[in-house]
Design a protein around this ligand. Sequence first.
Ligand code: AMP
Length: 691
Amino acid sequence: MTDHPQDLTQSHSLTSPESFWSHQASQLHWHKKPTTALSKTTKTLPSGVSHDHWAWFPDGEISTCYNCIDRHVLAGRGDAPAILYDSPVTNKKETYTYARLLDEVEVFAGVLREEGVKKGDVVLVYMPMIPAALIGILAINRLGAIHAVVFGGFASGALAQRIEASKPVAILTASCGIEGSKGPIGYQGFVEEAIELSEDELPWRPIRRMDGQRKWQALVKSCRARGWRAECVPVKSTDGIYIIYTSGTTGLPKGVLREAGGHAVGLHLMISYLFGIQGPGDVMGCYSDIGWVVSHSYTLYGPFLTGAATVLYEGKPVGTPDASAFWRLAEEYKINTMFTAPTALRAIRKEDPDNVHISRVGERGGLKSLRALFLAGERSEPSIITMYQDLLTKHAAPNALVIDNWWSSESGSPISGIALAPHAGKDRANPSSSSSTVQPLKIKPGSAGKAMPGFDVRVVSDSGEPLPPNTMGNIVLGLPLAPTAFRTLWNDEERFYKGYLKRFNGKYIDTGDAGVIDEDGYIHIMARSDDIINVAAHRLSTGQLEQAITTHPDVTEACVVGIPDALKGQMPFAFVSTSHGVATTKEKREKLFQEIQTLVRKQVGAIASLGGMIEGKGMIPKTRSGKTLRRVLKELLENAVDGEVDKELNVPSTVEDVGVVEVARGKVRGYFEELGRERHGSIEGRERAKL
Ligand code: AMP
């Protein structure tokens, strides 16, 4: 620990949570001010198990919608821009000021009230990235109801699962959504199908069946004509305001419940402290779909809590129309903080390997407002951080940074990162004071920064023992969690305990991630715990290996999984894509493999030598939110090793493109066929695992 403001803020938040969070809470409007920030108790589950429990601002009452909109308009800032909507897929651009946003939300909340939505009800939102989605969500919040936003790219099966789990009284949707350069996708049809699918299973009857469909615009028109609007309904600080389903790289989706008070206070701090967005005049550009937690927090609630503007982008990083989109937006809207997933930058790099687009915008001074590019969602390999850091240093605002930050649906905001405005933790009310000249902590590419206020991050062994610095282990969180984080799963206390607390006997929350904390307190997220490969009793992380592989100048993407090995238990196996397409001859493939093998041996160690490699394009499956589906490739390889390459795979409904899985299958089949031929000819008697 140093005496840098980020370290001091962190230590204050953990040693004196009451004073730290009371101060943060005082920055917001409360319908009933909390008398205490934190209360700690014990909870006993129906199964008889007890665990530590806590509550943030337990006796407070708050309306997040009021803090996001009404407060700014009442303070005379109604003319400030709130939503900067930009849609290359419909060729529309539109600005909503705070005054207009208030008007729209008040009226639409009136519509929902007239349709029977009450405080505590769940309303499901299945919408594209259009202003109506944000208006709908804020209107639900205005009534004290709970929203459950489902990513618009999900088809009816995944939607049905979420309808069954959240039991909404109403569903907000649009006739269609347009994803990238593909044609319109009929949302309405998916919703109807999903309701049909869930109908037989449901013990409840939704108040609006197909015959209960209502037209959004007609209802708004009618309420507006009658002057029918709804005021803010405050809720208890510990009441839920939304359910979000985790992205589902594993198992059935879990409904994470977000609570009112902690969410508002935590986000209000983080948007300025970590992201450097202080209020009116600042512009946030968070390129994530509203169906994901990142967008809930930093397209919607975070910027609005401070009165800043948010860019609502209905497009893709590439293809709408090309890889210049992000930089065009940064220039056009003078974005100060940009937030995306590393997978988006990889897609841009693939389309524009020489960075022609960003350089063109940068050279004409178009990126001068940009103070930071934040990356989250999965590990950012150092090569992508340093490449964009060099570009920002050249073209963006002075001292602009590329910042990796680590978080999850469960945490609600980053668990770690590098605070762009570290002074703001202490002196949030007066960001222009002299302390605002404090420089952020040093960036270490490959690390997701240091712990954020309220998160007590530790690395422990499988038996829960603390591990020394730089030792790979399970990353866990001490209790209580920070205010934005969850305390339970929607209607499933037992699953919360079993899924997160049981593994370490109720002492820590298991994040499911593995990595190290170094000697300076920097956190390095290396893999999901399930993705750790055990090679001859050495624990290797897939992230560490991918990091080494991507230092090869031709490699644009790498994905490493473990395959069974008769001698060592497991061996790492790599799937790689290169910038100049697939090697055409066996010699070229072999040369690339040897070069990569050398990098792995040098950077990680001989123990990590790859057991094989497949080179190709479009064969690494991702979830809709951009996370690599390693377990699918792993299953595919395991099947191939057993001679069952065509066996059906367990592909989660969150997969972005099932076609990619089939490309991978074809590649794996080809690899094993070639290997079989070779082995037949020459590798006689060689015990090279099952391979
Ligand atoms: P989700 O709840 O769907 O947002 O997924 C959360 C998971 O994404 C985390 O548990 C990590 O495995 C991964 N993740 C998010 N941000 C990062 C990051 N900056 N570095 C590495 N992994 C990340």
